[in-house]
Design a protein around this ligand. Sequence first.
Ligand code: URA
Ligand code: CA
Length: 442
Amino acid sequence: MNMLEIITKKKLGQALTREEITHFTRGAADGSIPDYQLAALLMAIRLNGMTARETTDLTLAMRDSGDVCDLSAIPGIKVDKHSTGGVGDTTTLVLAPLVAACGVPVAKMSGRGLGHTGGTLDKMESIAGLTVSLTEKQFVDQVNAIGLAVIGQTASLAPADKTLYALRDVTATVDSLPLIASSIMSKKLASGADAIVLDVKTGSGALMETVEDAIGLAKAMAEIGQLAGKPVRAIVTGMGQPLGTHIGNALEVKEAIDVLSGRVRGDLLEVALLLGSHMLVVGGKTEDTDAARAMLVAALDSGAGLEKLRAMITAQGGDATCVDDVMKLPQPALIREVKVGRTGYITAMDTEALGYAAQAMGAGRVQKTDVIDPAVGYILPVRIGDAVTADTTLCTLYARNEADAIKAEAAIRTAITIGDKPVTRPPLCYAVVTAKGVETLN
Ligand code: URA
Ligand code: CA
């Protein structure tokens, strides 16, 4: 098969055959097709799109480009959850223990931070000793023992996506619906879970900023799941402001512990309960999301969720005493409170810029080889719609040094709009999407 012909076809806006898609996907995985040809094809796909059939063929070809994880040794319906990426979004660390405490096994493969978004693996590694690198057997054994494991993808999982994703990152071809849908779904299908709940973000901190685009992405992924024989539910949730109040790796672990301890409630808990209730439904616990939510709340109130988090940290080699004393998590050199400085209302946030502010403090990587500082980031207690005065705390900075703190304060002030008129709070959830259709909630 000729790569030049494949590129030409897509350049002219024609649909590729399954054989053509399999050919370039294999070539991406084994290195036999040069980057420049793959990059040209990715741009043609970005500009001319793919049909639903092509998107599914690409997903399955990427899934089959490496190992497919076999979780059949774990009894029950194994449920996975995946977010398209956000800021202050540590739902996994809140909902995975709660869902496991309700008796649905959670076998989850998570990712690292990318661009302005944080990554669950980076957050977990702020816990002393904890590892996210488990073999498939260790993964299965841990889920059988305690009902819960959150690990990194093995190197052999969807290698074609690794190549194509790295190229997309540097060729301005990330923002393509068929490429995002196939990238996420190929990895989810390869990770071996029986059912998948997707959190598709919309708003200023999301990959798909408009609700319409987010729903389109959600539909595409639900349809791929249907064709691959796995139930998928995609929940479109708001990322018009950071989800939790803590942004940064150890800070987000602390917030998850605070929530599971019952000390803190708010949007992070709400979205965790929402996604978690859909996980219990696809996991076969109940057919009713309200009943599922009540189970999760019971696991929160009894402390069973917190105990599951403790068990997971211990099983993965981490020091679980941080669950009882969050001061054992990495601490920064400098902590400083910043005041709003004027009277008004919080009217908007540039969430992407807020993510980059944390990244610049050392909470994320600018280059692949950068080492994350787990202690840095900031707490942002204000929400869109809040009335503020000069003396209201805008944020508390956790910085490596004075220069970083000054830069972060300026970036955060620029990213947050304070106006004179009140605005309504943005919704937390916009739609629930399955292969059967879209239920719009706002
Ligand atoms: N996350 C992924 O894994 N792939 C994408 O293409 C976008 C977000
Ligand atoms: Ca943006």
